[in-house]
Design a protein around this ligand. Structure first.
Ligand code: SAM
Length: 307
C-alpha cells in the first residue's frame, strides 16, 4: 500500500464537506484522504490536490481521480498554493476547506533509493522533489558546524547536537558524505539513547532541512488564510512539535509567534475560530494498525466571518 491515511474520518468530519464546495488537499500522497473526500462531492464540487513528488503525481493519474471532472492535480510545492490556485481560476476567499497532512508518505520512506530511511543503504538524497537544489548529502557536506548543530537540535531534538555536528565536520574532512550508511555509521559513533530513536531523529532533522518544511508550512498557513471563504476550514495533521506549535499559534493569533495583534482600534485580531482547543490524536486502535500514526496531531481552524 502506498500510504495508510491517518485520522481519516476525523479529518473528513472536520472539513464539513459540502456537495458543491471547493476543497484543497495540499498533500495528496497516495490520495488516501483525497479519494473519500472526492466521493463526498456532488457534480459541482471541486478538489484541487497538490504534491511535489513525481510518484504522487502518478497516483493522480488512476481511478478514481483520472477523468473525474471535479478533480485537479497540481504538481507543485504547496508553498505556491495561492499562486497555483489563482492560475487555476480559484479566487481568494472561495475555498471551503483545506487539508494538509504534513511530512513524508510511507511510500517515500519505504523506497530505498529516495534516501529517507536509515533502514536501507542508498544515496543520501531525501528530496521530495528531485529538482530541488540540495540533497541531504549536500547539506551535510556544505553547512557550517553551527548550522548543522541548529538543524539536529531544532528539527531533530537531538540531545548531543553539538557533538554530532562536530563529528560530521571531521568525517567530511576525510571523505564527503554520499550514502545513508555513511551517516548511520557516523551516528553509531556518537549515539545517545536508543539507536533507532537517535537515527530517526537525525534523519528527520535532515529531511526537514532539505525540504525546507517549516518555511513551506508557514507560507501555506498564510496563503490558506487568504484562499479560504469565511467559515471555511483549515485542517492540519502534524507529526512534529515545531509544526504543531506553529499551527496552534496561527489559529490562535494569525501569526506563527502566537503573539496577539491589535487592530487600529485596539481590538485583538483573531482571524480563526479555534475548533480544536486540544489537538485530536489517533486512537490506540489506529496506532496499533498503523504505528506511523503515533505522533499525529490534528488541529482545525475556521476562518472567521468578518463583522
Ligand atoms: C503524509 S503524506 C500524505 C498522505 C496522504 N494524505 C494520503 O493519505 O495518501 C505527505 C505528502 O505530502 C507531500 N508533501 C510534503 N510537503 C510538501 C510540500 N511542501 N509541497 C507539496 N507536497 C508536499 C509529500 O510528497 C507526500 O506525498
Amino acid at each position: 500500500m502506498y500510504h495508510a491515511p491517518v485520522l481519516l474520518s476525523e479529518s473528513l468530519d472536520a472539513l464539513q464537506i459540502r456537495l458543491d464546495g471547493v476543497y484543497v488537499d495540499a498533500t495528496f500522497g497516495g490520495g488516501g484522504h483525497a479519494a473519500p473526500l472526492l466521493s463526498l462531492l456532488g457534480d459541482k464540487g471541486r478538489l484541487y490536490a497538490f504534491d511535489q513528488d513525481e510518484d504522487a503525481r502518478a497516483n493522480a493519474g488512476h481511478a478514481p481521480f483520472a477523468d473525474h471532472p471535479g478533480f485537479h492535480f497540481l504538481h507543485s510545492n504547496f508553498r505556491f498554493l495561492k499562486r497555483q490556485l489563482r492560475a487555476a481560476g480559484v479566487r481568494p476567499g472561495t475555498v471551503q476547506g483545506i487539508l494538509a497532512d504534513l511530512g513524508v508518505s510511507s511510500h517515500q520512506l519505504d523506497t530505498p533509493e529516495r534516501g529517507f530511511s536509515y533502514r536501507f543503504d542508498a544515496a543520501l538524497d531525501m528530496r521530495m522533489n528531485p529538482d530541488d537544489e540540495r540533497s541531504a548529502a549536500e547539506v551535510l557536506n556544505t553547512c557550517s558546524q553551527d548550522d548543522l548543530q541548529r538543524i539536529f537540535g531544532t528539527y531533530g531534538e537531538v540531545r548531543n547536537a553539538r557533538t554530532l555536528a562536530q563529528a560530521c565536520i571531521r568525517h567530511r574532512e576525510r571523505s564527503p558524505f554520499r550514502s545513508t550508511s555513511d551517516l548511520v555509521s557516523l551516528c553509531e559513533s556518537v549515539v545517545m539513547g536508543e539507536r533507532w530513536r537517535y537515527l530517526s531523529q537525525v534523519f528527520q532533522a535532515l529531511r526537514m532541512e532539505v525540504n525546507d518544511e517549516v518555511e513551506a508550512l508557514v507560507t501555506l498557513l498564510s496563503d490558506a488564510m487568504e484562499m479560504l471563504a469565511p467559515g471555511g476550514r483549515l485542517v492540519v495533521i502534524t507529526y512534529h512539535s515545531i509544526e504543531d506549535r506553529l499551527v496552534k499559534n496561527w489559529f490562535k493569533t494569525g501569526n506563527i509567534e502566537g503573539i496577539p495583534k491589535q487592530d487600529f482600534y485596539g481590538n485583538i485580531e483573531r482571524p480563526f475560530n479555534v475548533i480544536t482547543k486540544k489537538p485530536i490524536e489517533p486512537s490506540a486502535e489506529e496506532i496499533k494498525g498503523n504505528p506511523r500514526a503515533r505522533s499525529a496531531k490534528l488541529r482545525v481552524g475556521e476562518k472567521k466571518v468578518a463583522g
